[in-house]
Design a protein around this ligand. Structure first.
Ligand SMILES: C[S@@+](CC[C@H](N)C(=O)[O-])C[C@H]1O[C@@H](n2cnc3c(N)ncnc32)[C@H](O)[C@@H]1O
Length: 259
């Protein structure tokens, strides 16, 4: 059950992700998606839709049908309130653990999104997820994945609270003490606080993820490694992945199709 404070925080976060093209968490996702995709007429799945800000943005921006799924009941509650408020009829939400309850292969999706989800799924399960996704993707369908690689300044998901970028490299005990000192409740039931959010992470990097995708039969059609260097005029298309610039990459973006 959501407290009034959690509900307020969730709705503010979702509204910002929905309407603000400069929202700190997802503004680059929006730009990359707009550059790569036209979702008109498509069946869209938002896997791990969170509080629905992006899911509703897909439904508003394109004439498509969107299903948002999330394992977290509180996130789906916020998503449904947002849908009612915004009166977006081509978007639906469902509370579901898509690992334990895979979707029926009868319905196929042209586009699947996983924005900031893969780094929260334990590696053996991640393999299972990418095997299962083949069953629900349309023949020419594609999967869009974004995630902060473990080397990135905010990959720990707690750096904003402890106010130290790259804090994942502090000694474990020190970091845990700092997280505990800055602890506060989050909106979700699955990751109800900062420590739980930190503990959910699988420390994903491209060199770990790529073999999983290969084994599951996916090929990478497009990869963008976004860092602050891309903010310099004329350098949007640069992907600086060599040391030490790889520590500046805040998000990896992948577009996948079946091999
Ligand atoms: C960091 S949030 C990202 C939410 C949203 N995609 C966004 O970018 O705002 C990760 C989401 O994935 C969801 N999630 C993790 N494992 C899942 C699973 N097995 N099935 C469905 N959702 C899952 C979590 O509950 C959480 O809402």
């Amino acid at each position: 059950m959501l407290s009034a404070q959690q509900l307020k925080a969730g709705l503010e976060y979702a509204q910002d992700n929905f309407e603000n093209d400069s929202a700190p968490h997802l503004h680059v996702d929006k730009r990359v998606i707009k550059d790569l995709l036209d979702l008109n007429g498509k069946q869209v799945l938002d896997f791990g839709c969170g509080m629905g800000g992006m899911t509703l943005w897909y439904g508003k921006t394109w004439d498509c049908e969107v299903l948002g799924l999330d394992i977290d009941e509180n996130h789906i509650t916020v998503s449904n309130i947002m849908k009612t408020r915004l009166q977006i009829k081509n978007v639906n939400f469902e509370h579901r653990n898509i690992v334990e309850q895979p979707l029926s292969p009868e319905k196929k999706f042209d586009q699947i999104f996983m924005n900031d989800v893969v780094e929260h799924i334990k590696l053996p399960l991640l393999k299972k997820v990418f095997q299962n996704l083949r069953n629900i993707l349309a023949p020419d369908g594609r999967i869009f994945v974004s995630y902060p690689p473990w080397k990135s300044p905010h990959a720990s998901h707690v750096s904003h609270a402890v106010k130290i970028p790259w804090c994942q490299y502090l000694p474990e005990q020190t970091l845990r003490r700092m997280i505990a000192a800055n602890e506060h409740p989050l909106v979700g039931t699955n990751e109800p606080n900062l420590m739980a959010a930190y503990d959910s992470l699988n420390k994903l990097e491209h060199h770990i993820f790529h073999p999983i995708l290969e084994k599951c039969g996916w090929k990478i059609d497009h990869r963008k490694s976004y860092s602050s260097i891309n903010k310099i005029p004329g350098l949007w298309n640069v992907n600086l992945r060599i040391f030490p610039f790889n520590y500046l990459i805040t998000k990896e973006f992948l577009m996948l199709s079946a091999k």
